[in-house]
Write a protein that binds this ligand. Sequence first.
Ligand code: CA
Length: 243
Amino acid sequence: MSRILVVEDEEHLASGLRFNLEAEGYQVEVEETGEAALDRLTAPAPDFDLVILDVMLPGKDGFTVMSELRQAGQFIPTLMLTARGHPDDVLQGFAAGADDYLAKPFELAILIARIRGLLRRREWLRASLDRAATPEPDAFTFGDKSVHFDLLELRVRDQVFPLTLMEGNVLRYLIQHEDRPVSRKAMLEEVWGLHEDTDTRAIDNFIVRLRRYIEQDPTRPRHLLTVRGVGYRFVASPAKDSA
Ligand code: CA
């Protein structure tokens, strides 16, 4: 599980980021100042895979934090949150050593896509440093569709849909339990690592999204079936007349 450090002083935005990133399966920690973030990230062996760094911070601003991190030899992937309409911010961010940026306000889906991109590049880098073992492709094919868990892609004929980490995990869980009903509670516990009281509507939203990719007619699903009062059931090869 990837760990993300969010450096953001606006409590509302920081907690929103934490909530949404945790829903995607990331572990999230928040620091409110650049100084605190620098302390954590320049400590021996900081345990983070990625940093989301706001520009506007009390004390040291994001640019200063970014360049001090790089000067300290800390090259952890970092995405900066800049102010919309300030291309200078973007250039200054890259000059300071940022890997990517996003202008505020941003779409959550875009942020998650950027995060995945950065983490994937990090994995590629690791893989290129360690070519000794070539892993088996991690994929599942049903009908004219295939899920590539390693690439986080769903291919339907010649179309490719990128999956978020959590969409991939939900699909994997359903596929592992092919033809058997799985409860929302079990999915929350096994996929998200969450317990009981969590709102299970989050799962329904994932299923709605996945159906849009997988089902020819998402209102009449044939693969991702609703099991009334329980949850969902994945069927790889639906009978011809079951539509
Ligand atoms: Ca801020």
